[in-house]
Design a binder for this molecule. Structure first.
Ligand SMILES: NC(=O)c1ccc[n+]([C@@H]2O[C@H](COP(=O)([O-])OP(=O)(O)OC[C@H]3O[C@@H](n4cnc5c(N)ncnc54)[C@H](OP(=O)(O)O)[C@@H]3O)[C@@H](O)[C@H]2O)c1
Length: 246
C-alpha cells in the first residue's frame, strides 16, 4: 500500500488530496498546524481510521518541522506533496487585516512591508526545502520517490502580464528555482520532483470568484503526479497536465 504525505490538510486543496487518495486505498500522513482545528479532516478520520495519521506541523516554526520529521521516524513515503502555503491576491473579498487594510492591498505597490513579506517567503519557499531535506530519508525508503510542490501560475516570470502580487509571486518564483535545483541534485537518487500550479481554485485562499473547484484541481494534479517520472523531473506543470514556462 502506497503512502502519501500531504501538508495543510484541514481544508481546501490539501483536504481534497487526503480525501481522494484515501478513497483510492492509499495511506495518508496528513499535517495540520492546529490539531484542535481539524475541520473537514474529522470526517476522514471517522471513515478511514486505519489509513490516516495526523501530525501537527507549522511551517513558520523550524522546531515544529523537525519534531514532525522525528515523529514519523523511518516510515517510507512514496509521494510527498508540499501543499500548505499562503496565497495573496486572488480573492476580491479578502478579509481585512487587523490594520483594516485589505489583504490584497498588502500585496500591492505602495503597501509592501518587510514584516508581511518575510513570513510568506518563509512558508512558501524556505520551509518546503527544509521539509524536503528532513523527509529525504523517508522518500528514499518509498517506492515511488516523488516530491511534489504546489506552486502557483503567477510565479511564472514569462507569463507575468498583470503585475502586482509581489509577495505571492516572488515567494513562488523562488520556490520554483529551489524545485529546479532539487530536481538536479536528486536525479542520481531516482527522486522525481515537480512544481505544480493548482489553477485558480475555490477555497479560502482562492476565493469565491475562482474558476475551478477542488475536485477538478486535485483530480488534475493527481494525473500529473501519476505521469511524473525521473525523465520529466524538474518541470513546472499546470494542474491540467500542460507545462508552464518558468
Ligand atoms: N486556491 C488557489 O487558487 C491557489 C492558487 C495558487 C496556489 N495555491 C496554493 O495551494 C495550496 C493550498 O491552498 P488552498 O487553496 O487549499 O488554500 P486554503 O484552503 O487556505 O488552505 C491552505 C492550507 O495551508 C495551511 N497553511 C497556511 N500557512 C501555513 C503555515 N504557516 N504552516 C502550516 N500550514 C499552513 C492552512 O492551514 P490553516 O487552515 O491552519 O491556515 C491550510 O491548511 C497553498 O499553498 C496555496 O498557496 C492556491
Amino acid at each position: 500500500m502506497k503512502t502519501i504525505l500531504v501538508t495543510g490538510t484541514n481544508k481546501g486543496i490539501g483536504l481534497e488530496f487526503a480525501r481522494q487518495y484515501l478513497n483510492e486505498g492509499f495511506k495518508v500522513i496528513a499535517t495540520c498546524r492546529n490539531l484542535s482545528k481539524l475541520d473537514g479532516l474529522n470526517g476522514l478520520v471517522n471513515s478511514f481510521p486505519d489509513k490516516i495519521s495526523i501530525y501537527q506541523m507549522e511551517l513558520l516554526d523550524e522546531k515544529s518541522i523537525e519534531d514532525f520529521s522525528l515523529g514519523i521516524k523511518d516510515i517510507p513515503i512514496d509521494i510527498f506533496i508540499n501543499n500548505a502555503g499562503v496565497t495573496f491576491g486572488y480573492s476580491r473579498n479578502a478579509k481585512l487585516s487587523n490594520t483594516g487594510i485589505s489583504l490584497n492591498k498588502l500585496n500591492a505597490f505602495g503597501h509592501i512591508q518587510t514584516e508581511n513579506w518575510l513570513p510568506i517567503f518563509k512558508a512558501n519557499c524556505i520551509a518546503p526545502l527544509l521539509l524536503a531535506q528532513l523527509l529525504y530519508k523517508n522518500i528514499m525508503l518509498g517506492k515511488e520517490k516523488k516530491m511534489v510542490f504546489i506552486s502557483s501560475k503567477p510565479a511564472s516570470i514569462s507569463e507575468n502580464t498583470g503585475g502586482s502580487m509581489y509577495m505571492s509571486r516572488s515567494s513562488r518564483s523562488a520556490l520554483n528555482q529551489v524545485i529546479k535545483s532539487l530536481s538536479i541534485d536528486l536525479l542520481g537518487e531516482g527522486i522525481s520532483v515537480a512544481s505544480i500550479s493548482p489553477g485558480w481554485v475555490k477555497t479560502d485562499s482562492g476565493g469565491l470568484n475562482a474558476l475551478i473547484d477542488v475536485n477538478t484541481s486535485v483530480t488534475g494534479i493527481r494525473n500529473v503526479i501519476e505521469n511524473l517520472t525521473i525523465k520529466n523531473s524538474g518541470k513546472f506543470w499546470d494542474y491540467n497536465g500542460e507545462f508552464i514556462p518558468w
